[in-house]
Every structure is written in structure tokens, then in C-alpha cells.
Design a protein around this ligand. Structure first.
Ligand code: NAP
Ligand code: ZN
Ligand code: ZN
Length: 347
């Protein structure tokens, strides 16, 4: 074991503060990474504050990790010392169940080891995330990142990127498709960029008038203020697909009504409280309400390669570690353009 510095929360109400803990020495299949940058996801806030229930403390959040490989086990073939590596929301899974076998590790039917607020495959050893100086991960759960790309702007692809890419891909987004993106935060801004890169006609559906110019700059064709009833009514029957990234309870009726016949609204935003659904809004025009959870490891690599090819990167505000508590408050207010990323050199 070796000592690692990080930031942790000790309870649902305590702020993030310096914390020292141990990680395992790299085994034969492990990669040791010196973390350069870690993105700040709204899921970090939900879990640090136990909004979903079942949080494990102390908790070191962070699952949008990019850094340099400093050591590899002797069986490792994917990465070598000096390479740039990424780690997303998962650090292990059973690897044998039907879902693991078909690349859907995020839906492991036995035990998924999330990057933090979870346990290793022994179901006992706690996992600690990327608000820390180093991490040790089995090579199967690492991603390779091009050294040509700015690592701070790549980090958010490891969660916000894959979480929006996966449903866009699954619903076959392509040229001319009408895609609505509800909520323009970390996930939302990646959904806009990725859907536009796939050729879709993107509309941002936002509660913040101040984000209108940014929406267009990010690649949207249109901006609609969700609080304006006339604007929303004018979108009736418009979209093939809506990616809903909102982090809090909200009404889905207007959004469902803006889907075409047979259209789908995919929830990726994980409101801690239940949402209400209007039956007629689904039944009329036989619409679908769906959900999606991050993406598998192979699909995450595909997303990273897609973004490298299409020059899709996150818009980030790099912060020192000590500003993390302020960053959480700003995210809760919707005041982020469009992802906070921690510079771990400042730890
Ligand atoms: P974020 O950066 O805070 O963005 C959320 C956006 O939702 C805000 O910028 C705001 O956009 C809108 N919003 C916030 N509160 C709202 C409210 N009360 N009513 C209406 N709109 C509201 O968060 P994020 O990191 O993108 O994460 C978004 C959600 O996705 C979180 O719940 C997170 O846990 C979840 N998530 C899910 C997965 C998955 O695998 N499914 C993966 C990662 C994250 P506007 O200002 O434009 O309205
Ligand atoms: Zn996340
Ligand atoms: Zn499994």
C-alpha cells in the first residue's frame, strides 16, 4: 500500500477537505496513474450529500480522470509508462455476466465497482475517486487518450461525454435528426457538441436565458427558453430525440409533447426525487420515455476516438483543489460554463 493525498467528505453535511488514504501497489494487470485533471460532475454532489441514499464515508469523489501512467504491472499491454490515460465512472466489474461479456459493464449483474462511493470486487475495500493525486486501476478499466489533446478538456469526456454519446448513438442520431437537449450544464453542453458532430439539428431547451449565445456557439441551431410557454408550445412534434440532463425534479409534459410521433425522451439527469409523467403525453403519438447510464468501456474508447477525430472537447473552467466547495455551490445555481475541472497540481 502507498499513501495518496486527496479531498474527501466525511458526512452528507461536511465540506470537502484534505484527506490522506492508501491505495494498493499495482498488481500484474494494474496501471498506476498520476492524476493531472479531474472533472466535477453533478453526480459528485448528489453522492457527497447523500441525495440518492446509501453513500459511503469518507468519500473521495471524482470520475472524470486524466493523467500520466507512472507504473504498470508486468502483464499490462494497453498502456506504458509516460502514456496519457483516462479513468471514468467504473474501476472494475465481474467480467463474466452476460452484460459484462457484451461490453455493458455499467450494467454488471453481479457487482459493479464504481470509481468511488463503492467497493472493489471483494465487496469490502472502498474505492476512492479522482479528487486525489494518484489512482491504481486494472488496465481493462483504463482508456487511452491522445497526447495531442489538452488533458483538462478531455477529462469531462470520461463521464459527461460518454453519458450523452451512448444514447445519441443508440437512437441512431445522424444527419437531419431533430435533437433537443434539456439543461445546458456539463452533460448538456457535451450532448450539443456530440449531436451536432453527428449531423443533427440541435435545439437547446434551457431555463437560463443567459446561455442563449453559448448554445449557438457550442453548435446548437436553436435555443428555446423552457419557462416561456408560447415558445415551448411552438416546438410541438419537433424532435426525434430529447436528451434530458436536468439534475433536479422537473415537469416532462411540455418536453414529451415536443417529440414527433414515435420520438423518445432519454433521461440521463438523475433527479433524486421522482418525476411526474402525463399519460396522454406518452400515449398520444406513441412516444417513449427511456433512461441511459454512462456507457461501457469499449464504447467509451470509441467516444474518445470520435472526439479526437471530430475535435470535440469540453468547455472547462479549471479550478484549484481548494475552490471545490465554491464550485459545488456554483453548479447547484447553474453557474458553470460548462464543466469545472480540478488541476491536481494544486493539491
Ligand atoms: P450540471 O452541470 O449541474 O447541469 C445541470 C443543468 O440542468 C443545469 O445547468 C441547468 O441547465 C439544469 N437544471 C438544474 N436544476 C434545474 C431545475 N431545478 N429545473 C430545471 N433545470 C435545471 O449537471 P451535470 O453534471 O450535467 O449532471 C446532470 C445530471 O446528470 C445530474 O443529475 C447527474 O447526476 C446526472 N448524471 C447521470 C449520468 C448517467 O449515467 N445517467 C452520468 C452523469 C451525470 P439550464 O440552466 O440550461 O436550465
Ligand atoms: Zn459523472
Ligand atoms: Zn458483470
Amino acid at each position: 500500500m502507498f499513501e495518496v493525498r486527496g479531498y474527501a467528505v466525511q458526512s452528507p453535511t461536511s465540506p470537502l477537505a484534505p484527506f490522506t488514504f492508501s491505495r494498493r501497489e499495482p498488481g500484474d494487470h494494474d496501471v498506476q496513474i498520476e492524476i493531472a485533471y479531474c472533472g466535477v460532475c453533478h453526480s459528485d454532489i448528489h453522492q457527497a450529500r447523500d441525495e440518492w441514499g446509501g453513500s459511503i464515508y469518507p468519500m473521495v469523489p471524482g470520475h472524470e480522470i486524466v493523467g500520466r501512467v507512472t507504473s504498470v504491472g508486468r502483464e499490462v499491454t494497453k498502456l506504458k509508462v509516460g502514456d496519457v490515460a483516462g479513468v471514468g465512472c467504473m474501476v472494475d466489474s465481474c467480467r463474466t455476466c452476460p452484460n459484462c461479456k457484451r461490453g455493458l459493464e455499467q450494467h454488471c449483474q453481479n457487482h459493479l465497482s464504481l470509481t468511488y462511493n463503492s467497493t472493489e470486487q471483494d465487496r469490502k475495500t472502498p474505492t476512492f475517486g479522482g479528487y486525489s493525486s494518484q489512482i491504481v486501476v486494472d488496465e481493462r478499466f483504463t482508456l487511452t487518450v491522445s497526447p495531442m489533446l489538452p488533458p483538462d478538456r478531455v477529462a469531462p469526456l470520461l463521464c459527461a461525454g460518454i453519458t450523452t454519446y451512448s444514447p445519441l448513438k443508440r437512437w441512431k442520431t445522424g444527419t437531419g435528426h431533430g435533437v433537443g437537449v434539456l439543461g445546458l450544464g456539463g452533460l448538456g453542453h457535451m450532448a450539443v457538441k456530440i449531436a451536432a458532430a453527428m449531423g443533427a439539428e440541435v435545439t437547446v431547451l434551457s431555463g437560463s436565458r443567459s446561455k442563449q449565445a453559448d448554445a449557438i456557439r457550442l453548435g446548437a441551431h436553436e435555443f428555446a427558453l423552457t419557462s416561456d410557454a408560447a415558445t415551448t408550445a411552438g416546438l410541438a412534434g419537433r424532435f426525434d430525440l430529447i436528451i434530458d440532463t436536468v439534475s433536479a425534479p422537473h415537469d416532462l409534459t411540455a418536453q414529451l409533447n415536443s417529440l414527433k410521433t414515435g420520438g423518445t425522451l432519454v433521461l440521463v439527469g438523475a433527479s433524486p426525487k421522482p418525476l411526474e409523467v402525463s399519460a396522454p403525453a406518452l400515449i398520444l403519438n406513441r412516444r417513449t420515455l427511456a433512461g441511459s447510464l454512462i456507457g461501457g468501456i469499449q464504447e467509451t474508447q470509441e467516444l474518445l476516438d470520435f472526439c479526437a477525430k471530430k475535435n470535440v472537447l469540453a468547455d472547462v473552467e479549471v479550478i484549484p483543489m481548494k475552490d471545490i466547495n465554491d464550485a459545488y455551490e456554483r453548479m447547484i445555481k447553474g453557474d458553470v460554463r460548462y464543466r469545472f475541472v480540478i488541476d491536481l497540481k494544486t493539491l
